[in-house]
Ligand binder design. Sequence first.
Ligand code: SF4
Length: 738
Amino acid sequence: MLRETKSTCCYCGVGCGVIIEHDDDKIVGVRGDPDHPANFGKLCSKGSTLHLTAQSEIQHQVRALYPELRRERATPRHTASWDESIDFIADCLHQCIAEHGPDSVAFYVSGQMLTEDYYVFNKFAKGLIGTNNIDSNSRLCMSSAVAAYKQSLGADAPPCSYEDIDQADCILITGSNTAYAHPILYRRLEAARANNPDLKVIVVDPRRTETAQDADLHLAIQPGTDVALMHGLLHICLWEGWIQQDFIGQHTEGFDALKQIVRNYTPAKVAQLCGIREQDLLQAARWFATAKASLSLYCQGLNQSRSGTAKNSALINLHLATGQIGRAGAGPFSLTGQPNAMGGREVGGMANLLSGHRDLSNAEDRAEVARLWNIDDVPAQAGSTAVDLFEGLHKGRIKIVWIVCTNPAQSMPHQVRIRQALERAELVIVQEAYRTTATCDYADVLLPATTWGEKSGTVTNSERRISRVRAAIEGPGETRADWQIACSVAQALAARMQKPRIHFDYQSVEEIWNEHRASTYQRDLDITGLSYQLLNARGPQQWPFPEGAQTGQARLYTDFKFATSNGKARFIAMEYQTASDKTNARFPFVLNTGRLRDQWHGMSRTGTVASLFSHEPEPCAYLAPSDMQTRMLNEGDYICLRNERGSVVLAARASQQVQSGQIFVPMHWGQESVSGKQTAAHRAANKDKGDSLESVNLGISLGINLGINTLCSDAKDPISHQPELKYAHVRIEKLELP
Ligand code: SF4
């Protein structure tokens, strides 16, 4: 007898509701939840095949099913019991902390984790061990958007809702291929256009993506020139009298300093810097500033940069100067990449945060968290953020790293150095559902975790909406939920450290949720009213949702009182900065990376579904047709992309989407793409196409293929510490094969 369980899609930050169809031990289908306000029953290609990731034959080949460990690096891992694994980890952590101090240990966690898992790991690091060395792959994703919201508006709180898409008259999409990366949201935008013929859509992107092709205006800027563009738009608004002087005077501060900078960004200068036409700049400024309501949607194209915070702030400046905020259909709306990057920040699961949006640098906030956790204190010094964490491992400052639900050996920039860091670590603990990731190759201890369809908790999507995630079946083998694994080791370590007062003896995931939500009392994200009972009865809700509230808050700052100390939003004055890498005669091309429609991150999950390879069967380097010609490349020729950080072999393909001097490569494939799971699925999907994996195999046989992030710079934004994954200089070498 089939049953149905409501849950949430585990891929992107749209956070669509799903209904899982299953029996006692098998998931057989999935469909969109018509009652979920993120998707109203719709699912994209990834979400609608989620059930295949849970039932595929390949699934049994790719899952981590039993704990494995090795006590000596030179020996292979052997299957171990949970008790042996937990004792081994607790002993290693205890000895390391005693010999080298708490900061010799680090955790690298993930925006794929559920909020409750995140809460426990954060408490483990900061409360039990006493280190703030816990950071997340969200650092590679949203940290620049967060830093800019905090700088300009005073809080890590996207002010908009999905319903603003229906109500906007102008939508500026920048640094986002929304049609591919947030497909269900894009369908909402398509519906809004159908309902409102006056709605103007402007897309800013160096590539003529599917999103850009649909736009009323595409500004194909040169990579990295976003701040100059925003300043240019603001310059025109000032010149044309399109700014809202009353709003600026009453509700903001710092405009004069910004004006001094922006006056130099004339249309002619900006058009030349950005490589666009002056009249297009003028058109974009007019549509944005004079619309009744202008909304901006943005994502990694702004965030993944050493100027990521400045790019975000420059966009928010534009909203503030034109009064396009705090009203229906208006505001700066960052689209979250991962399913629970926001939930992770709500519990403070990063090196510079504390739970409940508390500030690590604030002594009162630290004391409050210490009281909540029943410990003496929380260390004041911020921990190592992602790039620095692996650098600390490389240099020996950090000895033990515990990696949860993420694959830094593929996803971090400058992969050669990351892999060296993992080799140098004294102990690498990897907690994973999939044993096939590149990072698992470095694990001294592999802890098998449950995954989508098997675990319960909550996630928060891009519009601050908290949804329940529910288990439909039990996990296979000896897999355990992430929070249970963390709590078991924490209890074993607490006994060794003689710290009995800190609580990890949770009996349920709901108990963790209740501890977390109680801790948000009177914070900006107050969710004290959001019990599981309420979420179960009334469905997903937006925060804030304090005790006694009847509904969450769709839109923030509607009274134009911002979350800063004096209630005024802040203009941030900054000059445009070039990217860290420079193109030159040696490295004349700019490499840009991004998502495909049907794959997710490193393909651990989507790589097990054969049909998801029919859209793009293999990794390619996309070049402008003119560059193919100049370089005497034919379709499918093998090229080596190279810079000072490494090299990657790919088949070349001409694309009208790519400008001359630029190269686009999808981010999904890595070395592990040929280690089993994708190969099997891939071949099944492409059995008529023969050699579709040839380019990846070729790279492996030449000993030079890692993921494309091998070539990306680890230069990082000085405020958000987000690395520059969207811009790297490279050269092309044509491979002459016999
Ligand atoms: Fe899942 Fe995102 Fe697709 Fe929705 S849009 S079904 S959340 S991948």
